[in-house]
Design a protein around this ligand. Structure first.
Ligand code: SAH
Length: 465
């Protein structure tokens, strides 16, 4: 380890910053945020620094660097663009045993400022010892996405109850388990749903119990249409925390690879020959079994769980069995396929509404309102429609939609294998057969689809730069 990591308490301690430009300003802001007394020494300052000086929040030494400036100082930051001057300051600081950071110059610095992820009071610092600041920044971005902003509130809550926790769990091991429970369990979840009182109440209740009961939970998570980049941050976090993942076959392997290494992954799609209800019953039984063992179950579905995904039925089942749950929305196929085919679903000139329709229904609830669907100036998005193309086109035309209405079929939307077929309604079935369109494919009908060939950007059609 090249550098010794250290968090310094600068409250009430004087820090000298030499230089008054944008870089100095950035450093000064973070020094002030941690309570340091800042003296800035420079002939010129930025407008913001001038303002801070006027408000007496920083002290100013006007003019060129003088060795006297180093008296009564704890730390030095050199942020001038004159390397020789920086070197002189660094040497002087060294002889006086003052730690100095020369901005962007690890060679002249005796301390460096890490990249930080701020979840105050929890602070995560990252350093590449000056060798690759860009890499450190990338790592920081990753970490930013792993922990949401409630982590700070959780740390504050933990600090408030620390004596009580120590008293209730005097032994180290149960105490550690308690903190694990705090991080992973309902207290953190309550904070995430903006219920701080509920979080404190849960914590107090758990402290009163001899041992916190492990309670399982199901997260109903939308995995989006395929491209892992379209996952919500919350979905990524759920995959990182899951004990068990029950996933549809539609979910991309690239997404499953993001899951915690030791999470058990169970594909729960329809088995050939099995009817839908049997599949659903099997899924329900699996959710129940694992949640009752106290595990965190992620039920991962393609697109969004509430759009033709039976998410409602699964929640009804969980509610009936008193299993706690949360829902993380996903990007549904209609939104994703339209975006990746350059088709704006609404457009002031062409369509004022969008309808999400399934081409497959339970026979007894078959209420397709063809006269309404055949109206112009709306966009129709048909899910599960590959086998129904002729019927859909015929019904729409029978009810008055022009045979020249444009359509687009997006096969394997957002994936490297995406294909987009454009045409007009009267040729739809024939064209799809010619191009052997297969599921999963989304059918869009309406004037807006004609914009696709011009606006497309993804896949083969990307115009040369
Ligand atoms: N809950 C999912 C839909 C499930 S129904 C969602 O919100 O997207 C399955 C249908 O969704 C498929 O038959 C197809 O019409 C559509 N679909 C899902 N993923 C798709 C993809 N990557 N490309 C094209 N269509 C897709």
């Amino acid at each position: 380890m090249r550098l010794f990591p250290l968090f310094a308490d600068l409250r009430g301690r004087r820090v000298l910053v030499v230089g008054g430009g944008a870089v100095a300003e950035r450093k000064i802001k973070s020094l002030l945020a941690s309570g340091a007394l800042v003296t800035v020494g420079t002939p010129e300052v930025t407008a913001t620094l001038e303002q801070l000086q006027a408000q007496n929040r920083i002290q100013r030494l006007n003019g060129h660097f003088h060795p006297d400036w180093l008296a009564d100082i704890w730390l030095v930051v050199a942020a001038t663009d004159d390397r020789e001057l920086n070197r002189r300051i660094a040497e002087l600081a060294d002889t006086q045993r003052l730690f100095i950071n020369v901005v962007d110059d690890p060679e002249l610095s005796s301390f460096q400022v890490p990249s930080i992820v701020d979840r105050s009071p929890l602070t995560i610092a990252i350093s590449s010892a000056g060798s690759a600041p860009v890499l450190a920044r990338r790592v920081r971005e990753r970490i930013e996405t792993l922990f949401d902003h409630t982590l700070g509130s959780l740390a504050t809550l933990a600090a408030r109850y620390r004596p009580a926790i120590r008293q209730a769990r005097p032994e180290l091991r149960p105490r550690r388990e308690f903190y694990d429970w705090l991080l992973d369990g309902p207290v953190a979840a309550a904070l995430r749903s903006q219920q701080p009182e509920q979080a404190a109440r849960l914590l107090e209740q758990a402290l009163d119990q001899p041992q916190a009961a492990v309670s399982g939970k199901v997260l109903l998570v939308g995995a989006g249409p395929g491209d892992p980049g379209l996952l919500a941050l919350k979905a990524l976090r759920a995959l990182n925390e899951a004990d068990v993942i029950l996933h549809d076959r539609l979910v991309d392997t690239a997404i499953l690879e993001l899951a915690r290494r030791d999470a058990e992954q169970i594909p729960v799609g329809k088995i050939p020959g099995e009817d839908h209800n049997a599949t659903q019953a099997r899924i329900h039984a699996l959710m129940l079994e694992h949640a009752q063992q106290g595990q965190l179950v992620v039920r991962l579905k393609g697109g969004d769980a509430f759009v033709f995904g039976r998410g409602g039925e699964e929640l009804e089942f969980l509610r009936a069995h008193q299993i706690p749950y949360e829902v993380v929305p996903g990007i549904t196929a209609a939104l994703a396929c339209a975006a990746y085919a350059g088709i704006p679903l609404t457009h002031r000139d062409h369509a004022q509404s969008v309808r999400l329709i399934t081409a497959h229904c339970r026979e007894d609830t078959m209420i397709e309102d063809w006269p309404a669907l055949a109206q112009p100036h709306q966009t129709l998005a048909f899910y599960m429609g590959v086998s129904q193309l002729d019927r859909v086109a015929a019904q729409l035309m029978d009810h008055g939609r022009s045979g020249d209405t444009p359509f687009a079929i997006i096969e394997n939307g957002t994936r490297p294998s995406q294909r987009v077929l454009h045409g007009v309604l009267k040729d739809m079935g024939q064209l799809a057969r010619e191009h052997q369109i297969k599921a999963p494919a989304l059918l869009l009908i309406g004037e807006v689809t004609a914009l696709g060939p011009t606006l497309e950007w993804f896949g083969a059609g990307i115009p040369a730069r």
